[in-house]
Design a protein around this ligand. Structure first.
Ligand code: FPP
Length: 239
């Protein structure tokens, strides 16, 4: 059995790239570039500690509102990143999946994601899900639309039916959601799946989120009492 002190599924809002760059008088793009390197290192660190699923918020449905040069910079960074890192991730046993609305992204990027998913489909060391053009509300809506299109009657629509149509249906719900960069909100990330997740917020900016920071987050998780709306057994017996 897996160690209950270690979360099976960790999800991360990688915030703070822009501020990291600004503090060094660099363009925001350099923060995202450093953020990509940090992500590749973090995948290995989480895998080494026994985390089975890692889901990262790389581009939200709302990120299109950013200046167009930042959006196009992020898109090319991802294309370059897939070329630069995919072989390494594959060798390291990382299975890559991309969740989000693919309709609005370029054909180049769609092809890159398809290739990454196909190449790594047999890998088992850690499951990486990249949330790209993703929003929790979008995900719930697309799941409802799927159920309606399949002709599922309203009285048959239950939590399980909906969960199976969400884009992360292959993964257990996240046990731990980490947000770097000091803000304390979910920003439309995994709204359905976050129901019982432990939340961990840190002021550390994403490009600085290294192995020591990961240990701190996992230690905080190990100290939480997870009750899922119930009571802790020993407390119930003694109290
Ligand atoms: C938030 O920082 C970060 C993003 C919107 C992009 C995250 C992307 C990466 C880390 C690159 C990796 C990409 C892929 C596809 C794997 P921010 O710009 O909001 O920072 P700020 O709050 O300091 O301005």
């Amino acid at each position: 059995m897996s160690d209950p002190q270690i979360p099976r599924h960790v999800a991360v809002v990688m915030d703070g790239n822009g501020r990291w760059a600004k503090a060094r008088l660099l363009p925001r793009f350099m923060g995202h570039k450093q953020g990509m390197d940090t992500l590749v290192a973090a995948i290995g660190e989480f895998a080494r500690r026994g985390v089975e699923y890692l889901t990262v918020f790389a581009f939200s449905s709302e990120n299109w509102k950013r200046p167009s040069d930042e959006v196009s910079g992020l898109m090319s960074l991802v294309l370059i990143g897939v070329q630069k890192y995919l072989e390494k991730l594959h060798r390291d046993g990382v299975r890559v999946r991309v969740v989000g609305d693919r309709a609005a992204i370029s054909q180049h990027l769609r092809d890159a994601w398809d290739h990454a998913e196909q190449l790594t489909a047999g890998n088992r060391r850690i499951n990486l899900s990249v949330a790209f053009n993703y929003g929790g509300r979008w995900d719930m809506l697309q799941a409802c639309r799927k159920a309606l299109a399949e002709g599922i009657p309203p009285e048959a629509l239950d939590e399980d039916t909906l969960s199976r149509r969400l884009s992360l249906s292959y993964a257990p719900d996240p046990d731990l959601i980490i947000r770097t960069g000091g803000e304390m909100r979910l920003s439309n990330f995994l709204l359905w799946q976050a129901a019982y997740a432990e939340l961990y917020f840190t002021d550390s900016l994403w490009p600085d989120f290294d192995g020591a920071q990961i240990d701190k987050a996992l230690a905080a998780y190990a100290n939480r009492d997870r009750r899922y709306g119930g009571v802790i057994e020993d407390l119930a017996q003694t109290g």
